[in-house]
Design a protein around this ligand. Structure first.
Ligand code: ADP
Ligand code: MG
Length: 239
């Protein structure tokens, strides 16, 4: 199976603090990988390195076989969705979706086609003329996902995208993201500290503690065969 994202000996320091140290990770093409771990263990740092929002202290990042360690974020073929929605407040939903495409020089009819497809997939057609201030949290997060969707990225990175939503919206959007993945068949790396999200969404889960992956396996295997007490405790498995 082809590797979509490969991390080789990745280190990231903030000053003297080593957040990631010689991390290795392979994510397969089309895989839904969940990074699960307690607050402060380095999940966002890892995603930001993959996205190119942080310069690494050592090691390499490959996307679809290409070394992107020092590529600009926009050239990496990734789309990122954050916990806070990071929409342009002064622009309509439609402008939020099209802005990046215009900057990248896409033709008008191509842009229209991409927006129509994303709006249909995320059920946001009725919202296209609204401003972000007039959307619910769940609707804003759909638009944020739409911004990655219109760019046709190979890899989606999600950093706790549902954390700001109430329980009902969270479970709705979780189902929606799962459906989206089944339809797009692209690679998704999804950060959460919520075990239920991890167990229901993941093909595989990487359990992180203090910048180190403790176990990487299917939800079933992690639940039934945790490698240590930390994993067992974190996932709530019986042993
Ligand atoms: P997580 O997303 O798992 O909650 P983070 O990746 O945000 O964890 O943070 C990992 C560690 O790095 C934490 O100890 C955090 O305090 C530290 N950290 C994160 N960002 C910075 C920064 N810009 N400067 C210094 N330390 C940081
Ligand atoms: Mg985080």
């Amino acid at each position: 199976m082809q590797q979509s994202v490969s991390i080789r000996d990745l280190s990231l320091n903030f000053g003297a603090v080593k957040v990631l140290e010689r991390m290795n990770l392979d994510v397969q093409q089309g895989e839904f990988l969940v990074l699960l771990g307690p607050s402060g263990c380095g999940k966002s740092t890892l995603l930001n390195c993959i996205a190119g929002l942080l310069d690494v202290s050592g090691g390499q990042i490959f996307i679809s076989g290409k070394n992107v360690t020092w590529e600009e974020p926009k050239d990496r073929g990734i789309g990122m969705v954050f916990q806070s929605y990071a929409l342009y407040p002064q622009m309509s939903v439609k402008k939020n979706l099209t802005f990046g495409l215009r900057v990248a020089g896409h033709k008008k009819d191509d842009i229209e086609r991409r927006v129509a497809r994303a709006a249909e997939m995320l059920q946001i057609e009725p919202l296209l003329d609204r401003k972000p201030a007039n959307l619910s949290g769940g609707q804003r997060q759909r638009v944020a996902i739409g911004r990655a969707l219109v760019r046709d990225v190979d890899v989606f990175l999600f950093d706790e995208p549902l954390s700001n939503l109430d329980a009902k919206l969270r479970s709705d959007l979780r189902v929606e993201i799962k459906r989206l993945h089944q339809r797009l068949e692209n690679t998704m790396i999804y950060v959460t500290h919520d075990q239920i999200e991890a167990m229901t969404l993941a093909d595989r889960i990487a359990i992180m503690r203090d910048g180190i992956i403790q176990q990487l396996d299917t939800p079933h295997a992690i639940y039934n065969h945790p490698v240590n007490l930390f994993v067992a405790g974190f996932i709530g498995s019986p042993s």
